[in-house]
Design a protein around this ligand. Structure first.
Ligand SMILES: Nc1ncnc2c1ncn2[C@@H]1O[C@H](COP(=O)(O)OP(=O)(O)OP(=O)(O)O)[C@@H](O)[C@H]1O
Ligand SMILES: [Mn+2]
Length: 519
């Protein structure tokens, strides 16, 4: 009797659990597809929008081939298409290309051991292979100029001949230790210190940052600590609106936080430290603002304190940033050194987009665009072109299409790293892999060996998503990313590896695929 009762109870609990799981599943599907069953839409202010669940790794490639690389292929009658047109030959060192991974969960893990084998080859063997696959330039750059040469890596303090004062603040110390090849060393304690200070120190003053298209505030703390603040505008689940161009997409504060962690995990260390923080709208913003910024504060119909600031995009009453009811989340990026400590040079990115509704950029139409770039200083020598490949890796992983310019510190000359700045438009479309962001890598067929090794490590070892989850878990506004963005990272790592494999394989022509030509 008693046992029978338990069974009934168990059955009941089981039934309820199954129903709950099913309901959650339906709700998730509903929200993803915006079918309207949940009765709540993610984008109420912009009406109903359908998101398309897209792109297995393979189909993403095909669409990229069609859009960008096919032209190169069809122009292969000119002999200027070596970069992407690898002629078919036999290949002894590398195993045959494995079938493209599909969405099937049972699919065998492709460990890319062929790439591992390649990295074991010595220079002579690599050279032989390069000739065999008919490539003009090496694909994977080991040591030498493309790699980070750490012999002689002077810091700003050394070059400017200033001693670091004992009582210098964390940000001053950070600025002075920036070196020719990285913003901070792998074991930097200053980064944690800075992050802690930006997240906890009292806010003394708030003003608007001039320049740039969207609202940004300069936050002043005690001891000359300064941060660049980007406010939260949307919940984490909000995706890029399908009809928004990358250049009109809203900036996401959490993308700035996540990009810093991603840059650090990839071993680049070219992004300034960023932390999340929950602010009190009244005491930490309204009461610390003045002048033009102060004039834009108002109380919304639902009694929340709001402001919109002054800027080119989305700085008006209908795009106000409001407290909920009185707290506001934001990203805080440590301020770069001022111009008198370390002036920066701004470079146009060779693979920048057109930033025009209808126009295409040169790299989208030019045959063999990479060969042109390779001729032009500073891309003709040293680390810079490899740095652009790293930047493409970072941007592809987070889906950032907004890389029009980049900056370097002048005092280091040309043989220095590009700063990874401005990632507010990353992490917008977790179900879409934007292959065109990989154009530099796929058109030039080149990557730094250290970057490849890092990607391989994350593909075969503990996943990048896990490392990010753990790293972001320490942020004050964790969870920083919506889960699908983390899953996208692992999928995209594999896509990059497949791109590099294609580059290393004979008979692999990124410019074409059988039956692909007329579509
Ligand atoms: N951490 C920082 N400290 C100081 N200045 C910064 C920092 N990050 C970026 N900047 C500067 O602020 C300017 C604007 O930043 P950002 O690119 O993030 O804004 P934006 O609105 O996205 O600009 P745009 O619309 O032109 O892309 C940049 O030119 C950069 O030089
Ligand atoms: Mn920007």
């Amino acid at each position: 009797m008693f046992r029978g009762g338990m069974k009934l109870k168990e059955r009941f609990i089981l039934g309820v659990s199954v129903a709950a799981v099913l309901f959650t599943f339906l709700l998730v599907v509903d929200i993803q597809m915006d079918l309207g069953m949940s009765g709540h839409h993610l984008v109420p202010s912009h009406g109903r929008v359908k998101y398309v669940q897209e792109d297995a790794a393979g189909s993403a490639y095909n669409s990229f081939r069609k859009r960008f690389l096919q032209k190169t292929h069809s122009a292969s009658s000119t002999n200027a298409s070596k970069e992407v047109d690898a002629a078919p030959h036999s290949l002894k060192e590398l195993p045959e290309k494995k079938p493209a991974p599909s969405k099937e969960p049972k699919e065998k893990h492709d460990d890319f051991s062929d790439l591992m084998d390649y990295m074991m080859l010595d220079s002579a063997e690599r050279e032989k292979h390069r000739v065999e696959i008919d490539r003009v330039h090496p694909v994977i750059q080991k040591s030498m100029e493309g790699d980070l040469v750490k012999v002689g890596n002077p810091t700003i303090a050394q070059l400017r001949k200033v001693a670091v004062r004992e009582n210098a603040t964390a940000l001053e110390k950070f600025h002075l230790q920036i070196s020719q090849h990285e913003l901070y060393p792998a074991d930097s304690e200053l980064v944690d210190e800075l992050i802690h200070e930006m997240a906890t120190e009292p806010i003394l003053h708030v003003s608007q940052k001039s320049g740039g298209t969207q609202l940004k505030l300069v936050i002043d703390y005690p001891n000359h600590l300064q941060a660049l603040f980007k406010p939260m505008r949307f919940p984490r689940e909000q995706q890029t609106l399908p009809n928004h161009f990358y250049f009109t997409d809203y900036e996401r504060h959490n993308a700035e936080i996540a990009a810093f962690h991603l840059d650090r995990l990839l071993g680049f260390r070219r992004a300034m430290p960023v932390t999340g923080r929950l602010l009190n709208m009244t005491t930490e913003l309204y009461q610390k603002a003045e002048g033009d910024l102060l004039k834009t504060f108002f109380v919304s119909p639902s009694d929340n304190l709001c402001f919109h600031g002054k800027c080119t995009y989305y700085c008006d009453t209908s795009h106000a940033i409001c407290g909920n009811p009185d707290s506001l989340e934001g990203s805080f990026a440590a301020f770069l050194p001022s111009n008198d400590v370390a002036a920066r040079k701004v470079w146009r990115h060779p693979w920048r987009r057109s930033y025009h509704k209808r126009r295409k950029a040169q790299w989208e139409t030019e045959d063999n665009y990479c060969a042109l770039v390779r001729e032009i200083p500073p891309y003709d020598r040293g680390r810079r072109l490899y740095d652009l490949m790293d930047m493409a890796v970072l941007d592809f992983l987070m889906g950032n299409m907004d890389r029009h310019h980049y900056e370097t510190f002048r005092l280091f000359g040309n043989d220095t790293f590009p700063l990874h700045l401005d990632h507010g438009r990353g992490f917008g479309r977790p179900f879409h892999d934007e292959l065109s962001i990989l154009a530099p890598i796929l058109q030039c067929c080149m990557l730094r060996q250290t970057t490849l090794q890092t990607l391989m490590k994350f593909h075969n070892g503990p996943k990048l998503s896990e490392a990010m989850r753990e790293s972001l878990g320490r942020d004050p506004v964790a969870p920083v990313l919506w889960e699908p963005h983390l899953e996208a990272l692992d999928r995209r790592v594999e896509i990059i590896l497949r791109g590099i494999r294609d580059c290393l394989q004979k008979g692999e022509d990124l410019g074409s695929e059988p039956g692909d030509e007329d579509t």
